[in-house]
Design a protein around this ligand. Structure first.
Ligand code: ADP
Ligand code: MG
Length: 664
């Protein structure tokens, strides 16, 4: 059984509309252990023939049997598997991976073949080719001859049966050429079949057989009398299978995905990123900003929600609020008749309408200026009754609240909110002092407990409280209430109480059946639910805006990956030539895209959390960073890399090895 048998091989290229025939029917048989030189003028089809023999390219017509197996129509990955295990390449242009050490270059094919002890084997071979002191050098730190020796070591690393060399000395000075040729001779003597393309006769003279090609046809096939395989005597490192016994090709499936393989992809991704720092940095920035925005927005939204929930929780859920004005014309109070207003008499009637009402307070409010000494402040005045303290859980923490008796006699007493105290009083105790409200003298009797701010509701401590009668008759000069708060005995009692109040108010306002309510009765639980769904919508909206910026970031990554793929087309070709299957190339670019976006994502998380903390600290906003938000953005950014990297990576993996290698 011959090692290589080709029969009537043709290869044509489609150039525009013309079909260019490069190989016009070549038949050859090459035995294991031969050293064959393919000669011919430039453009005669030598490289094309060699690429077909090396499974980098497929013939247009004809059959090819390699080691007894028909390989004319192998799939991409089968070709890669066979190249990885049986074939080594040496190119005129060396084709080493840039920015990669000699050692890693030599070890590369072993990653794709899944072989163990890669580093030892690569070191052994580098020593063998005399580069023990250059293992960590990158290709641009090596001479041409040294680079080609690295390429020879790389071709040998998987113990190939055949080595293809396309003008291996074409770019070398003559002494270095000699060195490489001697090495090929040595390999041949160790039993490896060598097929070398050259156009120089003195180089071809090293071979035992010279095949001449002209215009796509074999014109001569000569054996040198004394040349060729010289029998035995190879070194242990270069040992090859005995040349007479040709094993049938082993399984061609790519090896199991190993950690080493993933590590190599991550490393090559990092190398590519490091080589294009600015570009990678900018595309990472897109993800970074997106993730930071998502985290900060979710934190702010969540914070607002928490603030509102906290405030509402202190109100208790058995509370009803009664507002003037019809539900359908909220906010246009001025347009309504006087009957749509609420008065203290309404409040008295409401209090008595049901035994299930446990407590209530009416409220009137206005913006007022409060003056103490030379300081003054515009704040919100609330006129309420002492029931306010129980219903709103607002027992003054300093001093006292006013009494029902003080309310009846229109006493000029005031309880201040914390913000007002801070504005007007420095080191003095406000209780017992006299302040002026709208020019009227008031005595401060207490300081209200802190309620906090945030959630868009304004400062809840920028308020003062006076008896409602005093407020309506002495300060504001109004007969109308702003609202009433009604506490029910239990949650179950609420529907009944609401119905009773509605009946009462319709009756008091003399509303005929065909008119809708001119007041609004709201259940605190409803108000809570409305507020909650509002803040939820709000945070969702914020999150979505942020997610869009993540999407834009993802497109940036895709763009960079596409650039990266076309820039590294030759690298992809080389990787495929030394045995990388489609999956390997796909994974490599996916890992690269995912690392890019994940790195950006991690930086974005750090930035987002920092921004949230700084905001809540300095601006006084409540911002709550939840672990879910961090986890979500991390997972999302990694997915962005994978999803947007998939297309460029697939594009890379589908490249044919020889087209990629020839890519300019
Ligand atoms: P050489 O014998 O110098 O190695 P090649 O085998 O590289 O020659 O090329 C043989 C011929 O095929 C040349 O004339 C070249 O122009 C043509 N050729 C090679 N590759 C392509 C291609 N991808 N498309 C079209 N023509 C090609
Ligand atoms: Mg050529």
């Amino acid at each position: 059984m011959a090692l290589i048998e080709i029969e009537n091989i043709t290869r044509s290229y489609q150039v525009g509309k013309e079909e260019l025939k490069v190989l016009k029917g070549i038949s050859l048989t090459i035995e294991a252990g031969e050293f064959v030189a393919i000669m011919g003028p430039s453009g005669s089809g030598k490289s094309t023939l060699m690429q077909i023999l090396g499974l980098l390219d497929r013939p247009t017509r004809g059959t090819y049997r390699l080691m007894g197996r028909d390989v004319s129509r192998l799939s991409d990955d089968e070709g890669a598997g066979l190249r990885s295990k049986s074939i080594g390449f040496i190119f005129q242009m060396f084709n080493l991976l840039a920015r990669t050490s000699a050692l890693d270059n030599v070890a590369l094919p072993m990653i794709y073949s899944g072989s163990p002890n890669r580093e030892e084997r690569a070191k052994e071979l580098l020593v063998e080719v005399g580069l023990e002191s250059r293992m960590d050098h990158k290709p641009n730190q090596l001479s041409g001859g040294q680079q080609q020796r690295v390429a020879v070591a790389r071709a040998l690393v998987n113990r190939p049966k055949i080595i293809f060399a396309d003008e291996p000395t074409g770019n070398l000075a003559s002494d270095q050429s000699e060195e490489i040729l001697n090495r090929l001779n040595l390999l041949n003597r160790a039993g490896i079949t060598i097929i070398m393309v050259t156009h120089e006769p003195d180089i071809a003279a090293h071979a035992g057989r010279i095949i001449r090609i002209k215009d796509g046809l074999v014109v001569a096939d000569e054996r040198a009398p004394g040349g060729g395989a010289g029998g035995g005597g190879g070194t242990a490192v270069l040992e090859a299978p005995p040349r007479s016994v040709v094993a049938p090709p082993v399984t061609l499936a790519p090896p199991q995905l190993s950690l080493a393989e993933l590590g190599e992809y991550a490393a090559s991704g990092l190398r590519a990123m490091a080589a294009n720092r600015l570009r990678s940095g900018l595309s990472m920035l897109g993800i970074l900003i997106g993730v930071a925005a998502v985290i900060a927005m979710l934190a702010i939204g969540r914070g607002a929600q928490k603030a509102i929930e906290g405030r509402l929780a202190s109100l208790g859920s058995n509370l009803l609020m009664l507002f003037p004005g019809s539900p359908s014309s909220r906010g246009v109070r001025g347009a309504m008749g006087s009957s749509s207003r609420l008065t203290l008499n309404d409040a008295k009637a409401v209090r008595k309408v049901s035994a299930l009402i446990s407590n209530m307070y009416p409220e009137a409010e206005a913006k007022v200026r409060i003056v103490y000494g030379n300081k003054n402040n515009v704040t919100e005045l609330q006129g309420v009754t002492p029931s306010y303290v129980e219903i709103r859980n607002a027992k003054p923490y300093w001093g006292r609240f006013f009494t029902a008796e003080e309310n009846l006699r229109l006493a000029r007493v005031v309880v201040l909110g914390q913000t007002v105290v801070n504005e007007l009083f420095d080191k003095e105790d406000p209780v017992g002092k006299h302040v002026k409200i709208k020019g009227i003298d008031f005595k401060v009797i207490g300081v209200a407990p802190i309620k906090g701010s945030g959630g868009g509701g304004g400062d809840q401590d920028d308020m003062i409280f006076v008896p409602i009668n005093t407020a309506m008759k002495r300060v504001i000069g109004t007969q109308y209430l702003h609202e009433m708060a009604i506490e029910c005995a239990s949650a179950e009692a609420m529907p009944e109480v609401m119905a009773a109040i509605q009946r009462l108010m319709r009756h008091r306002h003399r509303l005929p059946d065909y008119k809708e309510d001119d007041f609004m009765l709201r259940n605190m639980a409803d108000i809570q639910a409305t507020l909650q769904s509002t803040t939820q919508t709000f945070s969702l909206l914020l999150g979505m805006v942020a997610a869009i910026s993540l999407l834009v970031g993802g497109i940036g990554i895709m763009n960079i990956m596409l650039v990266s793929v076309s820039e590294r087309t030759r690298e992809i070709g080389l990787r495929k030539a030394v045995g990388a299957a489609r999956r390997a190339v796909l994974l490599q670019f996916l890992v690269e895209a995912a690392s890019l976006s994940t790195l950006g994502g991690v930086a974005g998380i750090v930035l987002g959390v920092t921004v949230s903390l700084v905001l809540s600290h300095f601006a006084g906003w409540a911002a709550v960073v939840t672990p879910q938000a961090v986890l979500f953005s991390f997972a999302f950014s990694a997915c962005v890399g994978v999803v947007f990297g998939l297309w460029p990576a697939r594009k890379a993996s589908l490249l044919s090895p020889i087209e990629a290698l020839r890519y300019e």
